[in-house]
Structures are given as structure tokens and as C-alpha cells.
Design a binder for this molecule. Structure first.
Ligand code: COS
Length: 390
């Protein structure tokens, strides 16, 4: 048994890094400034088979292992966080189908998602239901062979550009969000669906974060994932795995900021020597590098647990997301510090990276939610978890 990533992993990293350096780095500042979804880079990634990494070969995917999927996200995020959301959300939106879909549903949607012809988004969050998923109010009312979806979603990454969504809605409002929610596949050209508004964000500005409205959107019952009432558990199982993608994104952002800081400090001279030769700066770079490496290794360890479908995988993925998100925030903030005043202006990429890093502490569960998930696992392992009251 080897603990190191394989030669294939290293080769994959080199290939994606070269692609990202050549094609994504030159676009990153413009994507941020214009806040426009990078359709050209979506095509680039699709053409390089980088949107199908989580799908089986029979569906046109490349079925990469978890560490390899992380490497792809990491290297794209090192160049541009917005662009890394394209493979991240392609997997996030597909996970409910991967976990709870039947063969017919997988055969119907995965080939177009694996090829990148279609984009998917994950419709869980509502205006009043973020951390508290059980507070969801959107309704799915059975009507013959279909359901009528009514309500709205907010903060849905790629919601306005997706061709299809996985959406969570109450089929039994009396039972509440934990027992009465179900999951559906919804095609966005269905009458009654609209995406009326985008958020203006601090970071990941090229990635549209949309409000979605469902005005009696008719969805065939064949598009329900699992049984009625399975929605909450499908959402939780999805997040348990998708948080790994955010951890990988955070590692990539941190690495990008570290590399930019080293490059700047090697060029910049003050007091008659290169800034990089000051020990005070070297110590900062050492902390940034070791922190990034620790986050990366934890992320890969979590990826291996996800591949093995380990029972304690929420402990690993929430830990990876918590550590990597906080690391990305710290490292990007330090990178701005290393660049001094130049770090604060958009002539250099680190101010964008610092703004982009912040979201990794917020989405797919705030850092407080990660701690809650981790603590529950710690108590369970110790056999001291609170028992449900009877
Ligand atoms: N996997 C499978 N089942 C799970 C689960 C998981 N990870 N977590 C909880 N469940 C089950 C529980 O076992 C329980 O089942 P039973 O009723 O059969 O016992 C049920 O789901 C309800 O669980 P719980 O009472 O723990 O739910 P809470 O409402 O307390 O919610 C948290 C738990 C806070 C962890 C959940 O709401 C959460 O993850 N919130 C963050 C959401 C988020 O990340 N949003 C980001 C936006 S999406 S990009």
C-alpha cells in the first residue's frame, strides 16, 4: 500500500496545470471584472473531458478516482476559482442522481452531463433555509403521473445557466423538511420555471448565483429520485461528498496565492535586497506552504474515504472542507500582505483570490456547520452521542 499519489495523478496534475496556465490564467481577471460566466472555458473543459470525471465510462465519463477529481479541481482553482466551479457543480448537481437515481434516470441524463453538453445545478437552499435545510418550504404536489413544483430557491450556483437541476421540495408539508421532502430532476425549459435574478457577489463573480422560481412546474413522477420523503437524506449524503470539491477548490486557491506571493517577493526589491530574502517573509511563505500542504493531504485522505464509502466519511469531508477553507482564507490574506499595497489592487491576482477564498468558508455548509457535523461524529465514535428522545 502506498500513501503517495500515483504517477498517473502527477501526470494528470501536469496536464491540467499546463492547460490552466495557458488558457484559464489569462482569462481570470476579466471573468472577475465582468462577472460573466466563462462559456469559452466551459467548452474548453468539456473538450478536454474534464467535466465527466465523476461519471462512469458507459455514460461517457472518465470515472476518475477521488484524488484525481480533487487534483483537477485544485489545478483549475489555482488559476481561477470561478472556472473551477464548472466541474465542482457538475458533480454537486449530479450527486443526488448518482446516489439515488435509477438506471433509466442515469442513462437519460449522464451522457449529456459527462460530455458537458448540458450543465446541472443543485437546488436545495431557500431564502429562509440555508444551514437549516429542514426549514425548506418549496412544495411538490402530486398530480396524476406528475408533480407540480411551486416555490423558490435562492443562492443556486449555476442556476441560471443550467439545463437541468436536482431540486428538493416538500411532498408532505405536514411531515416537515426532514421526513416530508423529496428530490426531483427538473429540466429548466419546463414551463413555469424562471431565473429572475442574480446575486452581486464579493468573489467567484463569474459564476452566476441565481434565484429560481417555480410556478407550478410540472415534473414527471419518473423524475423523482428515490421514494417520497427521501429528500433530506439524499441532500445530506450529497453534501457529505460534495464538500470534498470545495476543499479541493480551497487548496487550489491557496496554492495559487502562495505561488503568486513567491513570484512577487522574488522580483520585488526593498532596502537593497529581494523581499523574498527577508526572513520575516520566508517565515510567512513557510506557514502558507505547510498549511496548504496539510489541507491538501487531508483532502486526499477524505477523497479516499469517499471512494471507499466509509461510514465515517462525513467526519473526513467536513474536516477537509473546514481546514482547507480556513487555510485558503489565511493564505490568500497573507499573500496580499506579502505583496503590500500591490496586493490590494487588481494589477495582481491575490486580491481576487482573497475575495474568492471567502466563499469556501460559507457555501456547502458554513464552517460552523462543518464543526457541528465533525463534533457529532466525534461523539458517536466515543459512544457518547445524545440519544433521540423517545
Ligand atoms: N447522511 C444521512 N442521513 C443523515 C445525515 C447524513 N449526513 N445527517 C442527518 N441524517 C439523517 C438523520 O439520521 C436523521 O434521520 P432519522 O430521522 O431517520 O433519524 C435525519 O437525517 C435528520 O437529521 P438531523 O436531525 O441531524 O438533521 P438537522 O436538521 O439537525 O440537520 C445538519 C443536520 C445541520 C447537518 C444539516 O441541516 C446540514 O448539513 N446543514 C447545512 C446545509 C448546507 O450545507 N447547506 C449548504 C447549501 S447547499 S450548496
Amino acid at each position: 500500500m502506498t500513501y503517495l499519489p500515483s504517477a498517473d495523478h502527477d501526470d494528470l496534475r501536469s496536464v491540467v496545470r499546463e492547460l490552466a496556465e495557458e488558457r484559464i490564467v489569462p482569462r481570470a481577471a476579466e471573468i472577475d471584472q465582468r462577472a460573466e460566466f466563462p462559456w469559452d472555458l466551459k467548452e474548453l473543459l468539456a473538450g478536454q473531458d474534464l467535466l465527466g470525471t465523476c461519471f462512469e465510462e458507459r455514460h461517457g465519463g472518465t470515472a476518475l478516482d477521488g484524488v484525481a477529481q480533487c487534483i483537477v479541481v485544485e489545478e483549475i482553482a489555482r488559476a481561477d476559482a470561478t472556472t473551477s466551479l464548472i466541474p465542482i457543480v457538475q458533480k454537486l448537481g449530479s450527486l443526488p442522481i448518482l446516489l439515488a437515481g435509477n438506471d433509466e434516470q442515469k442513462d437519460r441524463y449522464f451522457p449529456r452531463l459527462a460530455s458537458g453538453e448540458w450543465l446541472i445545478a443543485f437546488g436545495l437552499t431557500e431564502a429562509a433555509a440555508g444551514s437549516d435545510v429542514s426549514a425548506n418550504r418549496m412544495r411538490a404536489k402530486r398530480d396524476g403521473d406528475s408533480y407540480l413544483l411551486r416555490g423558490s430557491k435562492r443562492f443556486i450556483t449555476h442556476g441560471s445557466v443550467a439545463n437541468v437541476l436536482t431540486v428538493f421540495a416538500l411532498t408532505d408539508p405536514d411531515a416537515g423538511g426532514r421526513k416530508g421532502m423529496s428530490a426531483f430532476i427538473v429540466e429548466t425549459d419546463t414551463p413555469g420555471f424562471s431565473s429572475p435574478r442574480l446575486e452581486h457577489k464579493m468573489g467567484i463573480r463569474g459564476s452566476p448565483t441565481a434565484e429560481l422560481n417555480f410556478d407550478d412546474v410540472r415534473v414527471p413522477a419518473a423524475n423523482r429520485l428515490g421514494d417520497e420523503g427521501d429528500g433530506f437524506k439524499i441532500a445530506m449524503a450529497t453534501l457529505d461528498r460534495s464538500r470534498l470539491g470545495i476543499a479541493a477548490q480551497a487548496v487550489g486557491i491557496a496554492q495559487g496565492a502562495l505561488d503568486a506571493a513567491v513570484a512577487y517577493a522574488a522580483e520585488r526589491a526593498q532596502f537593497g535586497q529581494r523581499v523574498v530574502d527577508f526572513q520575516g517573509i520566508q517565515f510567512m511563505l513557510a506557514d502558507m506552504a505547510s498549511g496548504t500542504e496539510a489541507a491538501r493531504q487531508l483532502t486526499y485522505a477524505a477523497a479516499a474515504r469517499v471512494d471507499a464509502n466509509a461510514t465515517d466519511l462525513p467526519y473526513w469531508t467536513s474536516s477537509a472542507k473546514l481546514v482547507a477553507g480556513d487555510t485558503a482564507m489565511r493564505v490568500t490574506t497573507d499573500a496580499v500582505q506579502v505583496l503590500g499595497g500591490y496586493g490590494y489592487i487588481n494589477e495582481y491576482p491575490v486580491e481576487r483570490m482573497m475575495r474568492d477564498a471567502k466563499i469556501t468558508q460559507l457555501y456547502e455548509g458554513t464552517q460552523q456547520i462543518q464543526r457541528l457535523v465533525i463534533a457529532r461524529q466525534v461523539l458517536q465514535r466515543a459512544g457518547v452521542a445524545k440519544r433521540a428522545s423517545s
